[in-house]
Write a protein that binds this ligand. Structure first.
Ligand code: SAM
Length: 250
């Protein structure tokens, strides 16, 4: 896809959330897309390989949380911190960082080869105030360098909500927000897990995005962003040991 055509696709998708993408920011996305395609031929990063799919299903989708972060950040003069748990090939952490360079971003994954790719993306795009952390989310949430330290946490396509809450909220400061990016499917009960982790569902944002399919057609895909607020420090029992949250969800 030509540079200008790709820019138009990203711009029109992001404008549905009121997010503007400058040409300079698109140049970063373009470089990221080419690196993703190049590395994907050697290590498994994504099953979406064509430009229109990457732009709509990854980039536009990930930008949908930007308005929620901006609204919560208000006109704060502090450097706010966001962790992306189970970031994989950098989603949603890298798109959010490109749009909000003022945020400090921590990309967490248990698979080191994906983080090596992300280190290369960070270097090639010249991003500052962003790091990769090779850890299981369960260990990250227990580590004193990360526990209760973040203003925002987020995750996309990592685990069911009752598991995800245990993986993503211990690193939040009390008062911080967890933005869970989900498809339109029913998530099953998670109020019990939220309660045990001292979190409250503050809002649910339901919307559709236009996604490009392999055959060149577009479809409308449902998305939900669940926004939880951490009301108090995570109880010391959580997160439980690596693997337990998914084996025995709260
Ligand atoms: N968030 C990315 C996205 O939306 O494209 C990647 C999704 S991928 C399906 C799930 C990622 O979560 C993988 O990279 C996996 O290694 C990571 N992951 C799963 N469980 C994890 C855990 N307990 N701690 C850290 N990373 C985890």
């Amino acid at each position: 896809m030509e540079f200008a055509e790709g820019y138009e696709l990203l711009r029109s998708g992001a404008s549905r959330f009121g997010v503007e993408v400058s040409e300079e920011q698109w140049a970063c996305f373009y470089k990221y897309m080419r690196l993703l395609q190049d590395w994907n031929s050697r290590i498994n990063l994504t099953s979406i390989t064509e430009d229109p799919g990457i732009i709509t299903k990854h980039f536009v989708d990930c930008l949908s949380i930007v308005p929620h972060i901006r609204e919560a950040a208000g006109d704060s003069q502090k450097v706010l911190r966001l962790c992306d748990i189970g970031t994989g090939a950098g989603f949603p952490g890298i798109p959010v960082k490109i749009l909000m360079p003022e945020l400090n971003v921590c990309l967490v994954d248990s698979l080191n080869k994906r983080l090596l790719f992300l280190d290369e993306v960070i270097r090639a795009l010249g991003l500052k105030g962003i790091e990769t952390v090779h850890m299981r989310a369960e260990d990250f949430g227990r580590d004193s360098a990360f526990r209760n330290k973040f203003d925002f946490s987020t995750a996309r396509a990592v685990a069911p909500m009752n598991v995800l809450l245990e993986l993503c909220t211990p690193a939040l400061k009390p008062g911080g927000l967890f933005l869970a990016m989900k498809g339109g499917r029913d998530e099953g009960p998670f109020a019990g897990a939220a309660g045990k982790l001292c979190c409250k569902l503050e809002k649910t944002d339901r919307f559709t995005i236009d996604t490009a399919e392999e055959d060149g057609s577009f479809s409308s895909s449902e998305r939900i962003i669940y926004v939880f607020r951490k009301a108090a420090p995570t109880p010391p029992a959580f997160p439980r040991k690596a693997g337990i949250p998914s084996k025995k969800p709260l």
